[in-house]
Design a protein around this ligand. Structure first.
Ligand code: 13P
Length: 333
Protein backbone atom coordinates (compact mmCIF):
# COMPACT_ATOMS: atom_id res chain seq x y z
CA UNK A 1 0.00 0.00 0.00
CA UNK A 2 1.23 3.53 -0.72
CA UNK A 3 1.30 6.10 2.06
CA UNK A 4 -1.75 7.78 0.47
CA UNK A 5 -3.67 4.49 0.47
CA UNK A 6 -2.75 3.89 4.10
CA UNK A 7 -4.03 7.33 5.10
CA UNK A 8 -7.28 6.92 3.13
CA UNK A 9 -8.06 3.48 4.50
CA UNK A 10 -7.38 4.57 8.09
CA UNK A 11 -9.70 7.57 7.65
CA UNK A 12 -12.38 5.27 6.19
CA UNK A 13 -12.04 2.88 9.15
CA UNK A 14 -12.15 5.67 11.76
CA UNK A 15 -14.84 7.95 10.34
CA UNK A 16 -17.66 5.55 9.44
CA UNK A 17 -21.19 6.06 10.76
CA UNK A 18 -22.29 5.33 14.34
CA UNK A 19 -18.85 5.01 15.92
CA UNK A 20 -16.38 7.22 17.76
CA UNK A 21 -12.96 7.05 19.39
CA UNK A 22 -12.09 5.97 22.93
CA UNK A 23 -9.24 8.01 24.42
CA UNK A 24 -7.45 5.62 26.79
CA UNK A 25 -4.10 7.41 26.54
CA UNK A 26 -3.84 9.03 29.97
CA UNK A 27 -0.24 9.84 30.82
CA UNK A 28 1.26 8.37 34.01
CA UNK A 29 0.32 11.38 36.22
CA UNK A 30 -3.21 11.56 34.76
CA UNK A 31 -4.05 7.88 35.20
CA UNK A 32 -2.64 8.10 38.71
CA UNK A 33 -5.14 10.91 39.42
CA UNK A 34 -8.05 8.90 37.94
CA UNK A 35 -7.08 5.78 39.95
CA UNK A 36 -6.67 7.80 43.16
CA UNK A 37 -10.33 8.84 42.80
CA UNK A 38 -11.31 5.14 43.05
CA UNK A 39 -8.68 4.32 45.68
CA UNK A 40 -6.49 2.24 43.41
CA UNK A 41 -2.71 2.48 43.23
CA UNK A 42 -1.40 3.14 39.72
CA UNK A 43 1.21 0.46 38.89
CA UNK A 44 2.15 -1.12 35.60
CA UNK A 45 0.05 -4.16 36.59
CA UNK A 46 -3.03 -2.21 37.67
CA UNK A 47 -2.93 -0.10 34.50
CA UNK A 48 -2.57 -3.25 32.39
CA UNK A 49 -5.44 -4.99 34.18
CA UNK A 50 -7.80 -2.05 33.82
CA UNK A 51 -6.98 -1.21 30.20
CA UNK A 52 -6.97 -4.85 29.15
CA UNK A 53 -10.38 -5.45 30.62
CA UNK A 54 -12.05 -2.39 29.11
CA UNK A 55 -10.53 -2.99 25.67
CA UNK A 56 -11.78 -6.58 25.66
CA UNK A 57 -15.40 -5.57 26.40
CA UNK A 58 -17.42 -7.87 24.10
CA UNK A 59 -18.74 -6.02 21.04
CA UNK A 60 -16.90 -2.74 21.79
CA UNK A 61 -16.14 -2.40 18.07
CA UNK A 62 -19.83 -1.84 17.34
CA UNK A 63 -19.56 1.65 18.85
CA UNK A 64 -15.82 2.40 18.88
CA UNK A 65 -13.76 2.71 15.68
CA UNK A 66 -10.42 3.65 17.23
CA UNK A 67 -8.64 3.65 20.58
CA UNK A 68 -5.87 6.09 21.50
CA UNK A 69 -3.27 4.29 23.61
CA UNK A 70 -0.46 5.51 25.80
CA UNK A 71 2.98 4.26 24.73
CA UNK A 72 3.14 1.77 27.62
CA UNK A 73 -0.15 0.09 26.60
CA UNK A 74 0.85 -0.26 22.94
CA UNK A 75 3.58 -2.68 24.03
CA UNK A 76 1.53 -4.58 26.64
CA UNK A 77 -0.37 -7.84 26.33
CA UNK A 78 -3.95 -8.34 27.52
CA UNK A 79 -4.77 -10.46 30.56
CA UNK A 80 -5.28 -13.31 28.08
CA UNK A 81 -1.77 -12.80 26.69
CA UNK A 82 -2.71 -11.15 23.39
CA UNK A 83 -0.76 -8.04 22.30
CA UNK A 84 -3.10 -5.05 22.83
CA UNK A 85 -2.95 -3.89 19.17
CA UNK A 86 -4.00 -7.44 18.14
CA UNK A 87 -6.84 -7.43 20.63
CA UNK A 88 -8.10 -4.14 19.13
CA UNK A 89 -7.84 -5.47 15.58
CA UNK A 90 -9.88 -8.52 16.58
CA UNK A 91 -12.57 -6.07 17.80
CA UNK A 92 -12.46 -4.18 14.41
CA UNK A 93 -10.91 -1.21 16.19
CA UNK A 94 -7.95 0.81 14.85
CA UNK A 95 -5.06 1.23 17.34
CA UNK A 96 -3.73 4.78 17.78
CA UNK A 97 -1.07 6.39 19.93
CA UNK A 98 -0.59 9.62 21.86
CA UNK A 99 2.74 11.06 20.69
CA UNK A 100 3.11 14.45 22.33
CA UNK A 101 5.35 14.63 25.38
CA UNK A 102 3.05 16.85 27.42
CA UNK A 103 2.89 20.57 28.06
CA UNK A 104 5.00 22.99 30.07
CA UNK A 105 4.69 26.68 30.96
CA UNK A 106 5.65 28.80 27.99
CA UNK A 107 8.72 30.95 28.50
CA UNK A 108 7.95 34.71 28.30
CA UNK A 109 4.20 34.07 28.09
CA UNK A 110 2.97 33.99 31.72
CA UNK A 111 -0.07 31.75 32.17
CA UNK A 112 0.23 30.06 28.77
CA UNK A 113 1.54 26.56 28.11
CA UNK A 114 3.17 24.90 25.11
CA UNK A 115 3.26 21.23 24.08
CA UNK A 116 6.57 19.39 23.54
CA UNK A 117 7.46 16.26 21.57
CA UNK A 118 8.68 17.06 18.03
CA UNK A 119 12.26 15.88 18.61
CA UNK A 120 12.69 12.35 17.30
CA UNK A 121 9.03 12.17 16.29
CA UNK A 122 9.64 10.61 12.90
CA UNK A 123 11.59 7.68 14.36
CA UNK A 124 9.09 7.17 17.17
CA UNK A 125 6.23 7.09 14.64
CA UNK A 126 8.02 4.47 12.57
CA UNK A 127 8.41 2.24 15.61
CA UNK A 128 4.81 2.79 16.80
CA UNK A 129 3.66 1.91 13.29
CA UNK A 130 5.68 -1.31 13.42
CA UNK A 131 3.83 -2.10 16.67
CA UNK A 132 0.45 -1.63 14.94
CA UNK A 133 -0.50 2.05 15.44
CA UNK A 134 -2.24 3.64 12.43
CA UNK A 135 -3.12 7.05 13.82
CA UNK A 136 -1.68 9.46 16.37
CA UNK A 137 -2.76 12.24 18.70
CA UNK A 138 -1.12 15.48 19.79
CA UNK A 139 -2.82 17.78 22.30
CA UNK A 140 -2.28 21.53 22.66
CA UNK A 141 -3.98 23.38 25.50
CA UNK A 142 -5.15 26.99 25.70
CA UNK A 143 -6.13 28.65 28.97
CA UNK A 144 -8.87 31.28 28.95
CA UNK A 145 -8.86 34.49 31.01
CA UNK A 146 -9.61 38.09 30.08
CA UNK A 147 -6.12 38.25 28.56
CA UNK A 148 -5.18 34.61 27.83
CA UNK A 149 -4.25 32.97 25.58
CA UNK A 150 -1.63 35.39 24.27
CA UNK A 151 -1.12 35.71 20.51
CA UNK A 152 2.34 34.23 21.03
CA UNK A 153 0.88 31.06 22.57
CA UNK A 154 -1.82 30.73 19.92
CA UNK A 155 0.71 31.03 17.10
CA UNK A 156 3.42 28.85 18.67
CA UNK A 157 1.04 26.02 19.61
CA UNK A 158 -0.61 26.07 16.18
CA UNK A 159 2.83 25.82 14.58
CA UNK A 160 3.89 22.71 16.56
CA UNK A 161 0.52 21.05 15.94
CA UNK A 162 0.93 21.54 12.19
CA UNK A 163 4.54 20.30 12.22
CA UNK A 164 3.43 17.18 14.10
CA UNK A 165 0.63 16.59 11.57
CA UNK A 166 3.05 16.92 8.65
CA UNK A 167 5.45 14.32 10.11
CA UNK A 168 2.55 11.93 10.78
CA UNK A 169 1.23 12.13 7.22
CA UNK A 170 4.73 11.58 5.80
CA UNK A 171 4.81 8.27 7.73
CA UNK A 172 1.30 7.14 6.66
CA UNK A 173 -0.10 7.84 10.14
CA UNK A 174 -3.37 9.81 10.35
CA UNK A 175 -2.91 12.79 12.71
CA UNK A 176 -5.56 13.71 15.25
CA UNK A 177 -5.12 17.45 15.67
CA UNK A 178 -6.23 18.42 19.17
CA UNK A 179 -6.34 22.09 20.15
CA UNK A 180 -8.10 22.01 23.54
CA UNK A 181 -9.51 25.28 24.84
CA UNK A 182 -9.78 24.49 28.54
CA UNK A 183 -13.06 24.72 30.47
CA UNK A 184 -11.32 25.89 33.67
CA UNK A 185 -12.46 29.30 34.90
CA UNK A 186 -15.53 31.47 35.02
CA UNK A 187 -15.53 32.86 31.48
CA UNK A 188 -18.75 33.21 29.49
CA UNK A 189 -19.89 31.12 26.54
CA UNK A 190 -19.21 34.15 24.32
CA UNK A 191 -15.60 34.42 25.55
CA UNK A 192 -15.05 30.70 24.88
CA UNK A 193 -16.47 31.17 21.37
CA UNK A 194 -14.12 34.10 20.74
CA UNK A 195 -11.02 32.20 21.89
CA UNK A 196 -12.03 28.97 20.11
CA UNK A 197 -12.50 30.82 16.84
CA UNK A 198 -9.13 32.53 17.14
CA UNK A 199 -7.37 29.26 18.01
CA UNK A 200 -9.00 27.22 15.24
CA UNK A 201 -8.34 29.91 12.66
CA UNK A 202 -4.66 29.92 13.58
CA UNK A 203 -4.48 26.11 13.60
CA UNK A 204 -5.92 25.90 10.08
CA UNK A 205 -3.56 28.69 8.91
CA UNK A 206 -0.63 26.65 10.21
CA UNK A 207 -1.98 23.41 8.69
CA UNK A 208 -2.21 25.17 5.30
CA UNK A 209 1.31 26.60 5.68
CA UNK A 210 2.62 23.07 6.28
CA UNK A 211 0.56 21.69 3.38
CA UNK A 212 -1.37 19.21 5.48
CA UNK A 213 -3.84 17.07 3.52
CA UNK A 214 -7.05 18.06 5.28
CA UNK A 215 -8.79 14.94 3.91
CA UNK A 216 -6.35 12.80 5.90
CA UNK A 217 -6.66 14.27 9.39
CA UNK A 218 -9.19 14.37 12.20
CA UNK A 219 -9.88 17.46 14.28
CA UNK A 220 -10.35 16.86 18.02
CA UNK A 221 -11.57 20.13 19.52
CA UNK A 222 -13.38 21.15 22.66
CA UNK A 223 -17.01 22.23 22.40
CA UNK A 224 -17.89 25.87 22.98
CA UNK A 225 -19.16 26.04 26.58
CA UNK A 226 -19.06 28.51 29.48
CA UNK A 227 -16.23 28.07 32.02
CA UNK A 228 -16.63 25.27 34.60
CA UNK A 229 -17.26 27.75 37.43
CA UNK A 230 -20.32 29.17 35.65
CA UNK A 231 -23.75 27.57 35.32
CA UNK A 232 -23.69 25.06 32.47
CA UNK A 233 -25.33 25.95 29.17
CA UNK A 234 -28.14 23.89 27.66
CA UNK A 235 -27.09 21.42 24.93
CA UNK A 236 -28.88 23.48 22.27
CA UNK A 237 -26.86 26.59 23.24
CA UNK A 238 -23.59 24.63 23.19
CA UNK A 239 -24.46 23.18 19.78
CA UNK A 240 -25.45 26.57 18.31
CA UNK A 241 -22.32 28.33 19.55
CA UNK A 242 -20.05 25.46 18.47
CA UNK A 243 -21.51 25.09 14.97
CA UNK A 244 -21.49 28.85 14.38
CA UNK A 245 -17.73 29.14 14.74
CA UNK A 246 -16.87 25.75 13.22
CA UNK A 247 -18.74 26.69 10.03
CA UNK A 248 -16.58 29.80 9.83
CA UNK A 249 -13.21 28.17 10.29
CA UNK A 250 -13.17 24.39 9.69
CA UNK A 251 -12.86 23.56 5.98
CA UNK A 252 -15.39 21.07 4.58
CA UNK A 253 -12.50 18.87 3.40
CA UNK A 254 -11.87 17.75 7.00
CA UNK A 255 -13.69 14.40 7.21
CA UNK A 256 -14.39 14.30 10.94
CA UNK A 257 -14.63 16.46 14.02
CA UNK A 258 -14.29 14.17 17.05
CA UNK A 259 -14.89 16.17 20.22
CA UNK A 260 -13.08 15.71 23.54
CA UNK A 261 -15.15 15.74 26.73
CA UNK A 262 -12.77 17.95 28.72
CA UNK A 263 -14.44 17.77 32.13
CA UNK A 264 -18.08 17.54 31.04
CA UNK A 265 -19.99 14.82 32.88
CA UNK A 266 -20.63 11.65 30.85
CA UNK A 267 -24.32 12.58 30.50
CA UNK A 268 -23.57 16.17 29.43
CA UNK A 269 -21.01 15.09 26.85
CA UNK A 270 -23.55 12.72 25.27
CA UNK A 271 -26.40 15.26 25.35
CA UNK A 272 -24.18 17.94 23.79
CA UNK A 273 -23.02 15.63 20.99
CA UNK A 274 -26.63 14.66 20.37
CA UNK A 275 -27.61 18.34 20.07
CA UNK A 276 -24.73 18.93 17.64
CA UNK A 277 -26.08 16.13 15.48
CA UNK A 278 -29.67 17.38 15.65
CA UNK A 279 -29.01 20.41 13.42
CA UNK A 280 -29.23 18.57 10.12
CA UNK A 281 -26.35 17.43 7.93
CA UNK A 282 -22.96 19.14 8.25
CA UNK A 283 -19.91 18.98 5.97
CA UNK A 284 -18.01 16.89 8.51
CA UNK A 285 -18.92 13.84 10.62
CA UNK A 286 -19.49 15.03 14.21
CA UNK A 287 -18.39 12.34 16.64
CA UNK A 288 -16.70 11.74 19.98
CA UNK A 289 -13.15 11.04 21.13
CA UNK A 290 -13.90 10.94 24.83
CA UNK A 291 -11.65 9.94 27.69
CA UNK A 292 -13.34 10.72 30.99
CA UNK A 293 -16.90 10.80 29.60
CA UNK A 294 -16.55 7.20 28.39
CA UNK A 295 -14.41 5.77 31.18
CA UNK A 296 -15.51 7.34 34.45
CA UNK A 297 -18.41 4.94 35.11
CA UNK A 298 -16.23 1.96 34.09
CA UNK A 299 -13.47 3.00 36.49
CA UNK A 300 -15.95 3.29 39.35
CA UNK A 301 -17.44 -0.13 38.55
CA UNK A 302 -13.99 -1.77 38.36
CA UNK A 303 -12.62 -0.18 41.59
CA UNK A 304 -9.39 -2.14 41.20
CA UNK A 305 -11.04 -5.58 41.51
CA UNK A 306 -10.83 -8.11 38.71
CA UNK A 307 -14.08 -9.72 39.85
CA UNK A 308 -15.83 -6.49 38.77
CA UNK A 309 -14.68 -7.03 35.21
CA UNK A 310 -18.11 -7.57 33.68
CA UNK A 311 -19.66 -4.62 35.49
CA UNK A 312 -16.84 -2.37 34.27
CA UNK A 313 -17.22 -3.62 30.70
CA UNK A 314 -20.99 -3.09 30.86
CA UNK A 315 -20.52 0.46 32.14
CA UNK A 316 -18.16 1.28 29.26
CA UNK A 317 -20.43 -0.34 26.67
CA UNK A 318 -23.40 1.64 27.97
CA UNK A 319 -21.67 5.03 27.47
CA UNK A 320 -20.26 3.88 24.11
CA UNK A 321 -23.73 2.80 22.94
CA UNK A 322 -25.35 6.07 24.05
CA UNK A 323 -22.68 8.18 22.33
CA UNK A 324 -23.09 6.07 19.21
CA UNK A 325 -26.80 7.00 19.26
CA UNK A 326 -25.84 10.67 19.74
CA UNK A 327 -23.94 10.56 16.45
CA UNK A 328 -27.26 10.58 14.66
CA UNK A 329 -29.24 12.65 17.17
CA UNK A 330 -30.99 9.54 18.53
CA UNK A 331 -29.91 9.78 22.18
CA UNK A 332 -32.58 10.03 24.84
CA UNK A 333 -31.45 10.80 28.39
P1 13P B 1 -11.32 13.87 27.79
O1 13P B 1 -12.49 13.43 26.94
O2 13P B 1 -11.30 13.28 29.15
O3 13P B 1 -11.12 15.36 27.73
O4 13P B 1 -10.01 13.23 27.13
C1 13P B 1 -9.86 13.27 25.79
C2 13P B 1 -8.43 13.41 25.47
O5 13P B 1 -7.87 12.58 24.79
C3 13P B 1 -7.72 14.59 25.97
O6 13P B 1 -6.46 14.67 25.36
Amino acid sequence: MTIQDELSSTIADLVGPDRGILAADESAPTIEKRFRAIDVESTEDSRREYRSLILSAPGLGEFISGVILFEETLGQTSLEGQPIPELLKSQHIVPGIKVDKGKKPMVNAPGDEITFGLDGLHDRLESYKAQGARFAKWRDVFHISDTLPSRTAVEANAEVLARYAAVCQSCGIVPIVEPEVLMDGHHSLARCAEVSEEVLREVFNALARHRIQLEHMILKPSMVTPGKDNPHAAPSEVADATLTIFKRVVPAAVPGIFFLSGGQTPEEATANLNALNSHGPQPWALSFSYGRALQEPAQKAWAGKLENREAAQEALLKRARLNSGARSGKYQA
